[in-house]
Design a binder for this molecule. Structure first.
Ligand SMILES: [Zn+2]
Length: 454
């Protein structure tokens, strides 16, 4: 089901893929329960295939093979990855095309631009087969979600997302690709992340969704607001969120005080299916059929179970931007101890993620920096950005541009909508500079720095 295949252009081809989607879902649900040997065989086969393909078709790997620095035959199983070089964000920032396979043209892929944890733009290309795999992976989540909340199916869904999000673009293109017509049941209600607390509340009370998902930090902040204000809010049966932007304290209070359970996924732009919570909700089972996850020390040596180190991932599915040993920017440890749910996939426990604080204006509106900066991140002159919150009503936006003169037009593009969202409660200074600040907490160059209150 995950073979390399060109986009089907015929109705017959699309029908075949739909059939595959339906037939593939039970299998995708069963794989996590396979024996250790069977999973290892599947992973090693996909890994060998990934490495051979990358060495033949991806410039960065192909050049190193030509120089004799890499030998694709040296990778026979996941344990061999320790001797393979690590790539990081800088690669996707400076030379995204060097990681793109020549088997796919850029226009055949979905280009995902996002601002990385250092504020740099990174570019990932996803090919259609990777969407299919991700869509199949949803079957795994749906099964667990139903087990967590009981038997009545989760029908009404609501997402808190920007009007144009990567997730929405993917869904639209995927639907178009498969010639799916949106049905009444698959419609997902949407609340703009920039809406005020009261607007979000009114929409949730109107739609009465079973499940709420979307931008995790916004969902989490909204329900913390419900607790703080003590307002009457419809309680969804489940929150579908990801680990980034969902502090443990928020989860505990929302689950205990509002009685809304959360199912949290571990995901990234580079590897959309990294880990998932099972019914036990204790660590993230690694989607081993989608990726290889290693935990390493500062010298890139594999660490034993239970030891905390950097999270290094290899995407086994996407054959456009191919990433082997990619430094995810997170820290955690892995355990192979059996989980009471019966799944064989090991679990990862994260101790730190490349989490970025949300921006909160004095009028109570909450904004993710990436949404604020979406209009400029795709401009060719854009290099990186940083928001420094000097005080709740005074923000500085630092932008590095290859051509600050041309980029002056960005100032209005950013400040006008911001004025509207924050109802004029925030003064925003835009500065074109290369002089960025380090976060006092992580010591890294975070895209958002919030000064401690005096
Ligand atoms: Zn489990």
């Amino acid at each position: 089901m995950l073979r390399h295949r060109r986009r089907p252009r015929t109705v017959f081809g699309r029908a075949l893929i739909k059939a595959e989607l339906i037939a593939g879902t039970p299998r995708i649900r069963r794989i996590p329960f396979w024996s250790r040997d069977a999973i290892d065989r599947l992973v090693d086969r996909r890994l060998r295939d990934t490495v051979q393909t990358a060495c033949k078709h991806v410039p960065w790997y192909r050049d190193r093979v030509a120089e004799g620095a890499l030998n694709p035959d040296s990778i026979q199983s996941a344990s061999d990855l320790e001797d393979w070089p690590t790539v990081g964000l800088h690669q996707l920032h400076h030379e995204p095309l060097s990681m793109l396979s020549d088997q796919w043209k850029r226009e055949e892929c979905i280009e995902i631009l996002s601002s990385g944890s250092s504020g740099h733009r990174k570019t990932i290309y996803l090919e259609p087969n990777a969407f299919l795999a991700n869509a199949l992976g949803q079957g795994r989540h749906a099964q667990i979600a139903n087990n967590v909340v009981g038997h009545a199916p989760l029908k009404r869904r609501l997402t808190m997302a920007p009007l144009v999000s990567n997730q929405q673009r993917l869904r639209l293109m995927y639907g178009d690709w498969l010639a799916l017509r949106p049905s009444r049941h698959s419609m997902i209600a949407r609340v703009n992340v920039f809406a005020s607390f009261e607007e979000k509340l009114a929409e949730i009370n109107r739609v009465k969704p079973d499940v709420i998902g979307g931008v995790t930090g916004v969902v989490s902040n909204f329900f913390m607001g419900v607790l703080d204000h003590g307002v009457d809010c419809h309680r969804p049966r489940l929150l579908n969120v990801s680990v980034e932007g969902f502090p443990r304290e928020h989860r505990e209070r929302i689950e205990k005080e509002l009685g809304i359970p959360a199912l949290v996924a571990y995901a990234s732009v580079e590897v959309p299916k990294l880990g998932f919570e099972c019914e036990e909700r204790n660590g993230y089972h690694i989607h081993e059929d989608f990726c290889v996850v290693r935990i390493v020390d500062d010298d890139n040596h594999d660490l034993a179970d239970g030891k905390t180190g950097r999270v290094i991932v290899t995407n086994l599915i996407n054959r456009a931007t191919m990433l082997i040993n990619y430094d995810q920017g997170d820290k955690g440890c892995i355990t192979h101890e059996p989980c009471p749910c019966g799944r064989t996939f090991p679990r990862i426990f994260l101790s730190s993620t490349k989490e970025t604080p949300l921006l909160e204006a004095p009028n109570g509106r909450v904004v993710h920096h990436a949404d604020l900066l979406r209009p400029i991140v795709a401009a060719p002159e854009f290099v990186r950005l940083q928001v420094v919150v000097e005080s709740p009503d005074h923000w500085r936006l630092l932008i590095e541009s290859k051509d600050p003169e041309v980029s002056k037009a960005w100032i209005d593009t950013i400040t006008d909508p911001l004025k509207e969202w924050t109802e004029g409660t925030v003064r925003l200074d835009v500065e074109f500079t290369r002089d960025f600040e380090m976060s006092p907490i992580s010591g890294k160059q975070s895209p958002v720095i919030i000064r401690e209150k005096q």
